[in-house]
Design a protein around this ligand. Sequence first.
Ligand code: NAD
Length: 389
Amino acid sequence: MTDAKIEALVIRALTEPAKLGAIAGANDLTTEQLREWVEAYRDAGTERLRALSARQGRLTVAMFSTQPYDRKFFEGALAGARSLHVDFFRERLTPKTADMAQGYDAICAFVNDRLDAPVLEALARRGVRAVALRCAGFNNLDLDVAKDLGLIVTRVPGYSPEAPAEHAVALMLALNRKLIRSHRRVAEGNFALQGLLGFNLHLTTVGIIGTGQIGTALARILHGFGCRILAYDPQPNDDCRTLGVEYVELDELLDQSQVISLHCPLNESTRYLIDSATIAKMPKGVMLINTGRGALIDTSAVIQGLKTGQIGYLGLDVYEQEEELFFEDRSFEIITDDVFQRLLTFPNVMITGHQGFFTRQALSAIAESVVTNLLAIEANQPAPDAIQY
Ligand code: NAD
């Protein structure tokens, strides 16, 4: 048995002393052998042991892909949650870093952590029994495998949907009124308006694809602008209808909307929803906004659309290959993704690095929601936001 495995068993035995015999039996050990190892750890009196005993009796959580801001908001939310022990890791969860979950009961993951079959299997082998996503989308998780492994998976379905909705509007306005270019001109003492002409959002037809929480929040904002709002969603909702949103078929939305904004989840039926065929159905010069997930769009097809002028404006907060780029300072690195670099050369493209969720209110709501779910798991209660298999 490897040292890591022994340590994992000792941690479990320390965490659940009443189950020491069962843990030993399940791992072909005698109770005596396991007790000896536990005592050896106790006698060692090392930092490691202090860390282990700090976890004793608590649900231990390895949180991946954390930045200082995650830590700040989670430390706030964890203040009263004494039955949880969370370790913050900067590393993204991948097959290479899955080892770091050894001995933890749960992991907490973000949008670009990998939760495919090899990683989920590696986690389960290391004793992890729950995956708490700190995001709404779960396209990065293999649900069938998680189910087969008996993992509890929770997500954060309804945190501050206004955060990404308002970011979509920020992209629309900044592209339309050419705010970056305009600010640069003014900073250089150039007050010419040539090239900065925009259009009123008032009475413009905007198509929203996906009217769940975020799409509905966007509809509320655009209603305030006086837009005509079309929507496509297999499950229309009454809140949108009350706002005067007109539900239409996808083709009609594509045909009639001068601005199109994507708010559906990424799954096998929505991958590359925007490709050369759907782009051809849009009016020439359309504004396309994607704050959903990168792979809703075939980026190469969109680049072709930008070259021909079919797409007049492109606002992205997400990118299909973002996991190798986003959330880190790469300003001193050579970016080798030529598709991404090509996008940056267009004057009518604006890209932000997946910051739609990034408001104080949303981070606070995410942390509170994840902690609530983890506390339920710790208490062996149904987690409120568990994905139902
Ligand atoms: P939600 O589950 O409340 O709503 C999704 C809606 O999409 C549902 O109404 C569903 O019926 C609809 N839908 C499903 N398939 C569709 C299809 N083929 N065509 C059109 N509509 C379809 O989710 P939400 O909270 O509104 O979030 C939407 C997505 O936004 C998430 O899945 C996530 O990918 C993304 N998101 C991005 C950020 C960010 O920071 N940029 C933040 C949060 C969420």
